[in-house]
Design a protein around this ligand. Structure first.
Ligand code: NAD
Length: 295
């Protein structure tokens, strides 16, 4: 199948490569030429514009930072709304505000273009090995049509409801990840300052109730003092902002999310917005005046 792929960042690059491995034809576009070159070297074709992708592909995946970029690709002059044929299916796999997903869906629908919101969880490692978890909002028939393509990138694909529901599920996911990383950072800092090797603490507790996918992915990064993203603090600030707006909109106070959002803002002030979100440990190290590292 010929698939248009727009947005070749940390996630989009390995995801599009997995589509190629599964035998699909990929026509790709990104503002960053080096990213396009990398995916072309893996067998994709390069498009010169969003309009070229939309004109040639009736199945388009977008993997962009946030709502404004998805809206720009959809509605800027020469974008998807101007160039795609009626009946085209857009699968937006970016994590964006649920209300924005509904709005973009409704505006595309006026042009006869279909859309699913299909954000993912699993990060770069699962994007590379093709085992992402995808959470989908949209029409059942569109989900059924997209499923075989999505399976080339995912271990799990679940339709959670109508358009916007995928991004509600993603916000739920991001609350749990953010609070989990903050808890891990707090625990690693306590261990280090109390004079107990945090690596041995990790080994001792990872198989018990506190163990988690987040702990297995992020404790080694904290111990190695590795802050290369992964998932950038700036993107988690974006998600936590969407969490606060959505929660307050439906009447849900979010005290834990609010606390972690402020920790991440403090790190952004320290020029760590492009660091991995496991750099939350640096926030705690500063409070406690100590370092978490392998001994
Ligand atoms: P990224 O910043 O690495 O990549 C985004 C890409 O979009 C960049 O290559 C950028 O050049 C491109 N882009 C931006 N505006 C564009 C435009 N108008 N036209 C064409 N290309 C444009 O981000 P990422 O880490 O790949 O994340 C992408 C999305 O996936 C985000 O919504 C993020 O929250 C979500 N996500 C990321 C991870 C992760 O671990 N990195 C995990 C799950 C979900």
């Amino acid at each position: 199948m010929k698939i248009g792929f727009i947005g070749l960042g940390i996630m989009g690059k390995p995801m599009s490569k997995n589509l190629l491995k599964a035998g699909h034809e990929v026509l790709c576009f990104d503002l960053n030429k080096a990213a396009v070159d990398e995916v072309v070297a893996a067998g994709a074709k390069a498009a010169g514009s969003v309009g070229e992708v939309a004109g040639e592909c009736s199945f388009i995946i977008t993997m962009l930072p946030n709502s404004p970029q998805v809206a720009a690709v959809a509605f800027d002059k020469g974008g998807i709304a101007d160039s795609a044929k009626p009946g085209t299916l857009v699968v937006d796999m970016s994590s964006i505000a649920p209300l924005a997903a509904r709005d973009i869906h409704n505006r595309l629908k006026e042009k006869g273009i279909r859309m699913l919101d299909a954000p993912v969880s699993g990060g770069e490692p699962k994007a590379i090995d093709g085992s992402l978890s995808v959470m989908i909002g949209g029409a059942q028939a569109d989900f059924d049509e997209a499923l075989p393509v999505l399976k080339a990138m995912a271990g799990s694909v679940v339709r959670v409801g109508e358009i916007g529901a995928g991004n509600i599920a993603k916000l739920a996911n991001q609350i749990i990840v953010a609070v989990n990383i903050a808890g891990l950072a707090e625990a690693m800092t306590l261990s280090a300052k109390a004079g107990v090797d945090p690596e041995l603490v990790f080994e001792a507790i990872r198989g018990g109730l506190a163990g988690s996918t987040v702990m297995n992915a992020k404790a080694p990064m904290m111990l190695d003092r590795n802050i290369k993203p992964g998932f950038k603090i700036n993107l988690h600030i974006k998600d936590l902002g969407n969490i606060m707006d959505t929660g307050h909109g439906v009447g849900v106070p979010l005290p834990l999310s609010a606390a972690v959002l402020e920790m991440m803002h403090a790190l952004r002030v320290e020029n760590m917005g492009d660091a991995d979100h496991s750099a939350l440990v640096r926030y705690y190290e500063k409070l406690a005046n100590c370092e978490v590292k392998r001994q």
